[in-house]
Design a protein around this ligand. Structure first.
Ligand code: PHE
Length: 347
């Protein structure tokens, strides 16, 4: 019986050592120590032993059982630790791998310039107003003293919705002058930025959609000097104290007198050429046209029910893209509309 016990012990120990999963260990335990196990079967034969042998074998059997139980426990812990280790390894995160960078957006550079312009005028007491892009010809033209047959009303320049030429995409922000004055008596001091549309082919300085900023001031005793002061303030705040601009006589049907305002070309500094080459930014002019302006025509005031004997006013219409080109030193207007992140991310 001693040999039997030793044999059971030896083979069980080998099986325990060879078990590579906990299920296999369990099989060994049942096979040896279980109710129908090998060791149990041996113990059942104890009755056949002599009275002297019985306690000795009993003791030996208990030692074997205890040892096997200990080994089973130890091996189980070992296998579980190995399994945990393997799992951790498989699920390991390399925290040193650089993460995916999330691109942050920001305001479009043109909106930043618009914001600057708004703040300058808000500082001078102006209110920001908004109006329709789909406009009536009456507001866009007629009530601005632009008569039937005027070239700017031509279908080759203006996007009309119907054959009767009554509704259109506004070609300028000036209809906002009418929309404000027909509802409000002076004093008036407003700024109306927005999109305008003209049938222009896109090139370095033209686009079929662009932005204007309309300004209108109406009160008692307003003069051309007030207009000049407001616009010079804008240009110096935006481009710096040493910025140079010029006021040039012009004609608009809705202002009298009228002018256009140019800024000195930021590229060639007014020379029109750089190293003997014609400056590509101002086309050799030395100046870049920024805006149209003038004193509100008495006919326009009267048409809105404002007494032109008592009140006078000035209006201006700034080309925002032109203004932004100067502010951001761009040589091509299309950069503003392309939405290329390589361009946008520079601002
Ligand atoms: N609306 C004119 C244009 O688009 C600009 C302008 C505005 C001129 C206000 C005078 C007064 O050219």
């Amino acid at each position: 019986m001693r040999e039997q016990l030793e044999k059971i012990k030896a083979s069980a120990l080998a099986a325990i050592q060879n078990a590579s999963v906990t299920d296999a260990l369990e099989a060994v335990r049942v096979g040896v120590l279980g109710k129908k196990g090998e060791l149990t079967a041996v113990l059942k034969q104890m009755g056949k032993l002599s009275a002297e042998e019985r306690p000795v074998m009993g003791q030996l059997a208990n030692t074997v059982r205890a040892e096997l139980e200990k080994k089973l426990e130890a091996r189980k812990a070992e296998l579980e630790a190995a399994a945990l280790e393997a799992k951790l390894e498989a699920e390991a995160l390399d925290v040193t791998i650089p993460g995916k960078e999330v691109e942050m957006g920001h305001q479009h550079p043109m909106n930043k310039v618009l914001q600057e312009v708004k703040e300058i005028f808000i500082g001078m007491g102006y209110t920001i107003v908004d109006g329709p892009e789909v406009e009536e010809a009456a507001y866009n033209f007629t009530r601005l003293n632009i008569e039937e047959g005027h070239p700017s009303r031509d279908r080759s320049d203006t996007f009309y919705f119907d054959d009767d030429d009554k509704v259109l995409l506004r070609t300028q922000t000036s209809p906002m002058q009418i929309r404000v004055m027909e509802h409000q008596q002076p004093p008036i001091r407003i700024l109306a930025p927005g999109r305008v549309f003209r049938k222009d082919e896109a090139d370095a300085t033209h686009s079929p959609m662009f932005h204007q900023i309309e300004g209108l001031v109406v009160d008692e005793g307003i003069t051309m000097g007030d207009l000049k002061g407001a616009l010079e303030t804008l240009i110096k705040r935006l481009y710096g104290e040493d910025a140079v601009c010029r006021f040039r006589p012009h004609h608009f049907p809705f202002t009298e007198p009228s002018c256009e305002v140019d800024m000195q070309c930021f590229k060639c500094r007014g020379k029109g050429e750089i190293d003997g080459q014609v400056c590509s930014t101002c086309h050799g002019e030395g100046w870049i046209e920024l805006l149209g302006a003038g004193m509100v025509h008495p006919k326009v005031l009267e048409g809105c029910g404002i007494d032109s004997k008592k009140y006078s006013g000035f209006a201006f219409g700034i080309g925002l893209e032109r203004m932004a080109m100067g502010r951001l030193k761009l040589n091509d207007l299309r950069l503003i509309f392309d939405n290329d992140v390589r361009f946008l991310s520079q601002f």
